[in-house]
Design a protein around this ligand. Sequence first.
Ligand SMILES: [Zn+2]
Length: 395
Amino acid sequence: MRITDFSLSRLPRIEFGSGVLAKLPAIAHGYGTQALLVTGAGSLKNSPLWPAVTSGLKAQGISWLHLAIPGEPSPQRVDEAVRALRTESIDMVIGIGGGSALDAAKAIAGLLRPGNSVMDHLEGVGPELPYAGPATPFIAVPTTAGTGSEATKNAVLSVQGPDGFKKSFRDEKLVAEVALVDPDLLATCPPDVIAANGMDAFTQLLESYVSSRAAPLTDSLAWGGMKAARDGLTALYADAGDAMARERMAYAALASGITLAQVGLGSVHGLAAPLGAFFPIPHGVACGTLVAMATRINIETLRTRDLGHSALEKYAQVGRLLSHQGQLDQVASHAALIDTLETWTRDLGLPTLAHYGVTPTDIPRIVANSRGSSMKTNPVRLEDGEIATILAARI
Ligand SMILES: [Zn+2]
């Protein structure tokens, strides 16, 4: 095996395991006495988690302010929070929730001290000024198994509508100081959230595994994550009380965050950005509904253009992994991969794009806006017509 050149950017300190949430107050204590808690729309405040977290912080002499961010965060919402909170001498930002809450917390932690607008730094819109920091220390506590935001250096912010966009505020200084990944927190996740987030995590693992920047170190992580998702995804969807399935999906999501931050993604995520900007489609649904067809198109295109491409053998390896059939030849294992992805899409009830109002007339606009950073690391450069075929299959 050839070990290609690679660089590994900063990771958080990671605490993984059932019950690690109990470590939060003592860890937070190391950063000061005033916390900002950023959560999603409010379900957390009504859960038994809330008194457990807040009484633990109190016992450590930490006071807190609470900010609830409903839905996917917008630049405006981040700027408002920074304006309102920047004089509060906040020592640390603790994000507890799904990918949206963590991304909001990450962006706010990045800007509380500098105090400028996030629009100054957002990729692809505005001046894209370099981010100098300093960031307020950020502690990430994911309550879903999906985006892997706890391990990444970017916060995805969106403005939804006809002129919408979905872009990243990205810098290594934004990486969480600590990621507390407690699989027990998935116990209250509803099945549709488990399905969408789990498909997102798997997509992130697969896309980074075949990324044009893939490297041996992240390949190992992606492989273990895909194996965990193979054994955990449908089990967790069927029963969120299955502790082993929770561990597997929490691990798959964490691993996916690490790999995507290091080597990038592919066409599914290239398309998820405009889809999420123009239509009210949750990120995980956009990825989950497209991944089977996008994988088929990548494989067909590679077979036509470059039969010796290393991604073709990697897709075959994943096909053998998912189907438990190590003896399959390359063509049969590609079919097994696509078949497994199609089965998951169906069995996990992933909605089609039409469910969110996407029509065939929208395809050119979506394709035109799909060539962001993720599309650039797709293993093969797809023509507009090939990208359109992926979308058309899921409308
Ligand atoms: Zn994703």
